[in-house]
Design a protein around this ligand. Structure first.
Ligand code: GDP
Ligand code: MG
Length: 163
């Protein structure tokens, strides 16, 4: 069974965009396995010769903000339980939010491998907004633009190094 990499984060930070970027870029979709619940998708991916299962945890996102923190931290808990590496994705444009802090607390309690990524850094000449995410205490924040593919290779290198 290949190792599992789960992407967690608040709604709209770009989790699904990142998953699509990773799969498209390497043309690495082998199969789509139906998840254990309809809220999660599991797909085969590969980077640098390492095969893994990529989990997008987006499906539970509520229309209203009510209960958002509880839902997102529940997703983080499930991800930490089932994944070998959890990618905590954040949005550079929002800065560090309460939801980000709540996710970081859950992941810290779970004490698994966590890689912090800061999305929507679309300007290749300026990734300075990533530095404030050191405040989450999850180590080096990897600056990426899932939409444009910037930084995604370095992020994947870090992910597979932790597998
Ligand atoms: P999810 O809810 O975390 O799965 O987020 P989505 O992948 O659905 O993306 C939410 C919104 O953010 C969409 O409008 C995306 O186009 C946008 N988005 C995702 N990645 C980027 C990025 O790298 N840069 C910018 N500017 N927008 C992005
Ligand atoms: Mg999504």
């Amino acid at each position: 069974r290949p190792p599992v990499v789960a992407i967690v984060g608040a709604p709209n930070v770009g989790k699904s965009t990142l998953v699509n970027r990773i799969l498209r870029r390497r043309k690495a979709v082998v199969s789509e396995t139906p998840g254990t619940t309809r809220d999660r998708t599991y797909q085969r991916a590969e980077w640098a010769g390492r095969e893994f299962t990529l989990v997008d945890t987006g499906g539970m996102e509520p229309a209203a903000k009510v209960g958002l923190e509880a839902l997102v931290t529940l997703q983080a808990r499930i991800a930490a339980e089932e994944a070998d590496v959890v990618v905590h994705l954040t949005d550079a444009r929002l800065g560090v939010t309460e939801v980000d802090a709540a996710i970081a607390r859950v992941l810290r309690e779970a004490s698994g491998e966590v890689v912090l990524a800061v999305n929507k850094l679309d300007d290749p000449a300026d990734d300075s907004d990533r530095y404030r995410f050191y405040a989450l205490g999850e180590g080096e924040p990897y600056g990426i633009s899932a939409e444009h593919g910037l930084g995604v290779g370095d992020l994947l290198d870090e992910i597979v190094a932790r597998l």
